[in-house]
Design a binder for this molecule. Structure first.
Ligand code: ZN
Length: 288
């Protein structure tokens, strides 16, 4: 099934292989590793010292949530280990998309797409979409598109700009959320245990527009409680893939902008008002 390693290739593996990945802070790892993917599995495992600055261009053949599912119960007619069969093709655009998202070379990208497919065949969601193509989804925010005859991986899609499936599965936290780092500790602490998270800007806006007060350490607890209780009035539909943005408007015309990321609680990242609503709106009779 797999090439048998020669004694010399084994010796090279055991004595010389060093992890080539990077820690969160950008330092090279160099721990010894015998894993095929070259990752030691102990460090954060990033292929680039820094997170990418620009978002990766979408792959033309990337699976799209807009393609209509025609048969949600069909299973891709491949066994898990057939993901590594050389007869199964992986298109250039899928590989390029993978490299753009995660770094690394083409050979590595292809190997990792195949091992993602292996996992998706076993544990993912299989969907037959319009035109007969196959969409394979991982709850963690990764997807593959395969040709109708299951002979070729046409596209790769991910909600993650930086981390691979292996990293997300291993629980490596994202480097992409600068927002979290700019929110002060006390603001985060106020929201411990809540099923949603609010950015500081959102809390400030909510305090000003709705409570007509300032968001400070002394009003913070009250503001968070009021924002949370009001946010439960809106119930946006969860995005497929558990990743993306949703907007929902409550009964007073306040628009709640939610951001979803797999494995994270939803975050309210912006508040706005429907035209004619909110503090800028003409005062209503008897209004407070
Ligand atoms: Zn390492």
């Amino acid at each position: 099934m797999h090439d048998r390693p020669t004694p010399s290739s084994l010796a090279a593996l055991t004595s010389h292989s060093r992890c080539s990945r990077y820690e969160r802070g950008g330092g090279r790892c160099y721990r010894p590793t015998q894993r095929a993917d070259g990752w030691c599995g102990t460090c954060a495992g990033f292929r680039r010292p820094q997170k990418p600055i620009a978002p990766a261009d979408p792959c033309p053949a990337a699976p799209s949530a807009r393609e209509l599912v025609t048969a949600a119960t069909d299973r891709l007619p491949l066994a898990s280990d057939e993901a590594h069969d050389p007869q199964l093709g992986v298109t250039r655009s899928a590989i390029e998309r993978y490299c753009a998202a995660h770094g690394g070379d083409r050979a590595t990208a292809e190997a990792e797409i195949r091992s993602l497919l292996e996992n998706l065949i076993a544990t993912g969601t299989h969907q037959r979409v319009e035109g007969g193509a196959w969409r394979m989804l991982a709850r963690e925010g990764f997807s593959l598109l395969l040709s109708p005859d299951a002979a070729c991986v046409l596209g790769y899609g991910t909600a993650h700009r930086d981390r691979t499936y292996a990293q997300v599965k291993a629980g490596v936290p994202s480097r992409s959320r600068s927002r979290r780092r700019t929110d002060k500790g006390w603001v985060l602490a106020l929201q411990d245990g809540l099923p949603v998270r609010f950015t500081t800007l959102v809390l400030r806006r909510f305090a000003q527009d709705v409570l007509r007060t300032e968001f400070t350490r002394s009003t913070g607890k009250k503001v968070v409680e009021a924002a949370y209780s009001r946010s439960t009035h809106v119930r946006p539909d969860l995005p497929s893939n558990h990743a993306g943005r949703r907007r929902a408007t409550d009964e007073d015309g306040l628009r709640w902008h939610f951001a979803y990321e797999p494995g994270e609680r939803p975050a309210v990242i912006h508040l706005s008002w429907e035209p004619g609503c909110g503090p800028q709106a003409p005062a209503q009779e008897g209004g407070s």
